[in-house]
Ligand binder design. Structure first.
Ligand code: MG
Length: 247
């Protein structure tokens, strides 16, 4: 990516928010950003949808990524049976989906994610996780994949939030955990609802298109920059930090 494009994005952010970007922390989404796990989520949802005769296609789960499991189940019920899911359905179907995901998930990190983290650490920025995931053993997994990068006091997970993405709540909590203001953070997201949440929280939001959606699906939610992969973001990260000091 050209440095000019990055400088323009920083100017656009300043115009939008009236704030100067001065990054001290990077707030990372997890699925589809740090882990190559979205295909396992989509596969699990597709199988569960078939089992419950719910109308679904794979792309739905990329478009709806980031919202709660209950929200996804309700959307499928509405589309198929034109009614809301009951609380029992939400719980049972989500439990079945989570069990399948656990079986399929191989824990592969996203290619380039370790390189992005190396750049972020080298720039002296804090790392915070902001995920809709409720996996209990998450920190162990993160420590194994990205040693020394994350800590439990800098994680926002499913059970921390009331509303969830696309509402800004999870990212506002992430700012709190890092002890920084909105203009002192950068969000890295792969999902339209996650980009929406980051932008709504007033944070400079980088979209990484690691899935099957069109770039426009992410740009239309207000992403300030878009990269085709975590590798590409890692490559341009030093330019971004330069540009911050230049603008
Ligand atoms: Mg994601």
């Amino acid at each position: 990516m050209e440095k000019e494009t990055i400088i323009q994005a920083i100017h656009n952010y300043a115009r939008e928010t009236g704030q100067r970007l001065n990054p001290k922390a990077v707030l990372f989404d997890m699925d589809g950003v740090l882990y190559d796990s979205m295909r396992h989520h989509a596969r699990s949802w597709m199988e569960i949808s078939a089992r419950h005769h719910l109308l679904a296609e794979e792309k739905d789960f990329y478009l709806w990524e980031g919202q709660t499991g209950a929200g996804t189940i309700n959307a499928l019920m509405q589309r198929t049976f034109h009614r809301d899911a009951t609380e029992a359905e939400k719980q049972d179907i989500y439990a079945e989906k989570a069990a399948l995901f656990t079986r399929y998930n191989d824990g592969s990190p996203m290619p380039g994610a370790a390189d992005v983290l190396r750049e972020v650490c080298a720039s002296g920025l804090q790392r915070v996780i902001v995920t809709g995931s409720g996996q209990r053993s998450l920190l162990d997994k993160l420590e194994h994949s990205f040693p020394g990068c994350f800590s439990t006091d800098r994680m926002v997970m499913a059970f921390d939030v009331k509303i969830g993405k696309p509402h800004p709540e999870p990212y506002l909590m992430g700012l709190q955990k890092a002890g920084v203001q909105a203009n002192e953070a950068i969000v890295v997201e792969n999902a339209p609802m996650g980009v929406h949440a980051g932008v709504a929280a007033g944070i400079f939001t980088i979209a990484v298109n690691t899935g099957p959606l069109a770039d426009a699906d992410l740009q239309n939610e207000g992403a300030h920059l878009l990269f085709p992969s975590m590798d590409a973001l890692a490559h341009s990260f030093p330019l971004l930090m330069d540009a911050v000091h230049f603008t």
